[in-house]
Design a protein around this ligand. Sequence first.
Ligand SMILES: [Zn+2]
Length: 323
Amino acid sequence: MNEIYKNIYQIDVTLPKSPLKLLHSYIIRGEDRNLIIDTGFNDPKCKDDLFRALYELGIDLDYTDIFLTHSHADHSGLVCSLLTGKNKVYCSDIDGTIMNEILSDKLKDMVNVNLDISSTPAKRRLDYKNHPAMVFIMDNVIDYTPVSEGDVIGVGEYKFKVIDLPGHTPGQCGLYEENHKILFCGDHILNKITPNIIFWNFEEDSLQIYKNSLEKVRNMDVKHLYSAHRDIIENHVKRIDEILLHHEKRLKEITDFIADERKTAYEIAQAITWDFGDGDFEKFGVQQVWFAVSEVLAHLEHLRHKGVLEKVEIDNETRYKKL
Ligand SMILES: [Zn+2]
């Protein structure tokens, strides 16, 4: 546990079976109430790590609210263990709804639709029950307090303003402290790894929404950027530009590969460059295949929304070709 700023503690929560390895949970100690940002998976090891930190800091959960940056299980899974009946959970209404819906089996459709549209072959399809969102899901539906852009959560000397940062999930939020130029950004901007951007539906261009949120933070005065995984980012503008470039390169690689043909998202995922594992898509586990094809679909839909590609249905398969 590190005090990274006055009364702000960064807690390393181990994420079992995850390539992410660790989640940074943050605890902000206030005078009347404290705040925990993100929780870790619903898993005994995560619980150990977080509760040890709470104990060491002498935090009373009755006086401690919880802010979830987004719905993913590594950020929200443990939330029910922190509830006492006297504290609040803040999150966006969009991601709060998603979290609660996943418990009612909606994840099955959310997982399968990406596998269907991408034409992922049967032997490489992830069973939704093995998706991390399902394996490490919170215990019960939660009664959250919805927050959105501009809402203020005061903790001690800090006044955190909610900032909408959609892209990695439809309702991801950050917390910005104007006087100290601190931004807690969840998974919006990560060091070394690029946040996973996936296909949501055919109406929304998730990659464009993400790029808009990157531009938004790029224009903000941020001195201390605290993200949920990996090392602290010293220069947010430089890192944002690297992430934007990564997506531009991937868009070009996809367009070049399609050339004058009609390709499925799975065929594209097999062909493009990956920086996961040793980069060999054929060796990816089914979980990683799901994330990869979902990421390819987000890029394909971005190109379709931009008028570069069109989507065609051939023999019950969704293929993309140049316009
Ligand atoms: Zn995460």
